[in-house]
Design a protein around this ligand. Structure first.
Ligand code: ZN
Ligand code: ZN
Ligand code: ZN
Length: 103
């Protein structure tokens, strides 16, 4: 396992696809935390959520980098290298809120 992420050049400024987990909103499910794909803007849910849509998105698309997104805390995670990344203040994706949680 590498201690450094080799995918940081793939990180983009993205427009989030939804205010909450896209798939959970469709099926009326709950999530624990949101994860934003920094390659395409897909919003999914974390590994503690029942459906783990962010990880499913990674498996479906090979987009490796997600950002913690509820609210944005300035960190990202690479699924491939399994390392956390510090995005820095100017690279955080603002959440347009309110987060439609548990509806
Ligand atoms: Zn990586
Ligand atoms: Zn979900
Ligand atoms: Zn993506």
């Amino acid at each position: 396992m590498a201690d450094e992420c080799t995918h940081t050049d793939q990180i983009r400024k993205v427009t989030p696809s939804a205010l909450g987990c896209e798939e959970c909103l469709k099926i009326g499910s709950r999530w624990v935390h949101l994860r934003l794909c920094r390659i395409c803007g897909h919003v999914g849910c974390c590994d503690q959520s029942p459906h783990r849509h962010a990880r499913k998105h990674f498996h479906a698309t090979n987009h490796p980098i997600i950002e913690g997104y509820d609210p944005p805390e300035g960190w990202a995670w690479c699924y491939v290298d399994k390392v956390g990344l510090d995005l820095g203040d100017d690279n955080v994706t603002p959440h347009n809120g309110p987060i439609p949680r548990y509806v």
